[in-house]
Design a protein around this ligand. Structure first.
Ligand code: PEP
Ligand code: MG
Length: 581
């Protein structure tokens, strides 16, 4: 039995056999090769290159069948050229003879060195080639290691998914019914893998450093998403104990469902809007069964991350309309395209940037691509007749960007009016406060917006300067940092000063430990994964605004997150029994 500790990213207990998914980080074998076997090693390499070439040719033929395919197939030609490059072949051959190691290892090392070299050049073109090189070498390595390309969508039996890291596109495509639990080396509590795991109610522990290298296919794995614990090959006692805890957790969840029909109202009568975050339209069912007041964040970019490629205006219209119609006329906040950072859409350029988190993302990307932005706004406005739509812009850093985005929206509205296409003229338009400069100018932004939604996942990342997906510095990612709390207070006061409502759709809104503090700060709307709505509702219903404000008064005088953490933890365990987290 082995035990690992990581970041508890999605609650619940899962037990099952490991499915080790090493698509992006293959465990490359490394062994010495006798001199007389070098020729056959080289032959193995040539065969793998030939097979990779055949695979690319087949893909090119397939692409040539459609106009869209032809347009997008340029990269296949450059991948074929790389495979045929004589320098690539002579480099591998020379290293093989000098180092006398197996050819997978030689290829892997040669490619790593090349990527490191290119990654540090100032030349954008060369830097962008690293993704191509990685892709081509992976193709050859797959043949050398006889690895089939597996899609997470094809897994049919119940498994625990073990991976180095998961791309948001992997997570959104995986077969959610088969994947019972997720454990990964990388990632933090607010990485998109964690967010998706919570949305799909799959227990997950992330940030385990090297678990993907330590667990073998089929080994029994227990995922304790409540405590961030993973047990591999448990002994009988541990196994039975976890079966018991799993049942207890399920009972706890069923009990909370009793609150579904009740409002999120404090003891002294303040009504809070409890909304859900969704990534894909299929989540609407979960939203309806968890007693929510609507959708506070629909991350529309996941529509662009599907394996099927970019959605057309019509496909977007269908998806947005479906959600609006299915939600019983409750409000639905749809965020415009938030690509970039870790949400890379290959068809939109793949953005090989030195600093993607601070790069060409979200509204910056949309303002630079008015064709795509207008297409999405048209689809949204057309869908607005089917329910209570609210449009929200991500990553606004100042009033110039907000003004520009509003101008584009006005242009699209004018165009629809000209064409007599019906839409809701009074659709509310708001923005996310997730950049510190926006938080600090919230009073200015509030005059041009109908609502704010605080995106703490990014706001904390930028305020404390800590990458939200980096497990090494996850200890610094502190929602209760006094710097963060002061910014939150500033944003809420500015919004109320201008008479607009302010919500939060970052993960802090769904953290039961933070509920009472956010309540006391005056937040109007909380939006989170549907699965945590009942727990947060329970806390809201068992407190009063007077008590929450008194607690916030104490917290705002504290000097460090450590002090706030200890105080709140203690209080919540005593008053609200939230120790399960
Ligand atoms: C946020 O930043 O808090 C947010 C809700 O957006 P995302 O997690 O998609 O970046
Ligand atoms: Mg964000």
């Amino acid at each position: 039995m082995q035990e690992f500790h990581g970041i508890s990213a999605s609650p619940g207990i899962a037990i099952g056999p490991a499915f080790v998914y090493l698509e992006d980080n293959p465990r490359v074998p490394k062994y010495e090769v006798a001199f007389e076997d070098l020729a056959s090693e080289l032959e193995r390499f040539r065969t793998a290159v030939r097979r990779a070439g055949e695979e690319l040719e087949a893909l090119r033929e397939q692409a040539a069948e459609t106009e869209k395919g032809k347009k997008n197939a340029g990269f296949l030609d450059s991948h074929l050229l790389m495979l045929e490059d004589p320098e690539f072949h002579s480099n591998v051959e020379q290293r093989l003879n000098e180092e006398q190691m197996n050819v997978e290892w030689i290829l892997y090392k040669a490619i790593q060195e090349l990527i490191d070299r290119l990654g540090s050049t100032e030349d954008d073109y060369l830097r962008e080639r690293t993704a191509d090189i990685r892709d081509v070498s992976k193709r050859v390595l797959n043949h050398l290691m006889h690895r089939e390309r597996i899609s997470l969508a094809d897994i049919e039996t119940d498994v625990i998914l073990v991976a180095h890291d998961l791309l948001p596109s992997d997570a959104v495509a995986m077969n959610k019914r088969a994947i019972q639990g997720i454990v990964t080396d990388a990632g933090g509590k607010t990485s998109h893998t964690a967010i998706l795991a919570r949305s799909f109610e799959i227990p997950a522990v992330l940030g385990l450093s090297s678990i993907s290298q330590e667990v073998g296919y089929g080994q029994t794995v227990i995922v304790d998403g409540n405590r961030g614990r993973v047990v591999v090959d448990p002994d009988e006692e541990t196994y039975n104990e976890y079966l018991r805890v799993q049942q207890e957790w399920r009972r706890h969840e069923i009990q909370l469902m009793d609150l579904n029909e009740l409002p999120a109202e404090t003891g002294d009568g303040k009504l809070i809007q409890l909304m859900a975050n969704i990534e894909v339209p299929e989540e609407v069912d979960a939203v309806l069964t968890h007693g929510t007041d609507g959708i506070g964040l629909y991350r529309s970019e996941f529509l662009f991350l599907r394996p099927q490629g970019l959605p057309s205006e019509e496909e977007q219209y269908e998806a947005y309309s479906h959600v609006l119609k299915a939600i019983d006329n409750k409000p639905v906040t749809i965020r415009t395209l938030d690509v970039g950072g870790d949400k890379v859409v290959p068809e939109l350029g793949g953005f090989a940037e030195r600093n993607p988190i601070l790069g060409w993302r979200a509204i910056r990307f949309c303002l630079a691509r008015p064709d795509l932005f207008k297409q999405q706004l048209r689809a949204l406005l057309r869908a607005s007749v089917h329910g209570q739509l609210r449009i929200m812009f991500p990553m606004i850093s100042g009033v110039e960007e907000l003004n520009q985005a509003l101008e584009v929206l006005e242009e699209v509205k004018a165009d629809l009016r000209d064409k007599d296409v019906p839409f809701d003229e009074s659709v509310p338009v708001g923005l996310m406060i997730e950049v510190p400069s926006a938080a600090m100018t919230a009073d200015i932004l509030a005059r041009r917006a109908d609502f704010f939604s605080i995106g703490t996942n990014d706001l904390i990342q930028y305020t404390v300067a800590v990458d939200r997906g980096n497990e090494r510095i996850a200890y610094l990612y502190e929602p209760f940092h006094p710097g963060v709390l002061r910014l939150l207070r500033m944003v809420i006061e500015s919004a109320h000063g201008s008479g607009i409502s302010v919500g939060m759709c970052g993960e802090m809104a769904g953290d039961p430990l933070a509920t009472i503090v956010l309540l006391g700060l005056g937040l109007d709307e909380f939006s989170m994964s549907a699965s945590v709505v009942p727990e947060v509702k329970r806390i809201i219903r068992s407190t009063s605004m007077a008590e929450a404000q008194e607690i916030v008064g104490t917290v705002m005088d504290m000097k460090s997150y450590d002090e706030v953490d200890r105080y709140v933890q203690n209080l919540m365990e005593r008053r609200f029994d939230v120790s399960v987290y």
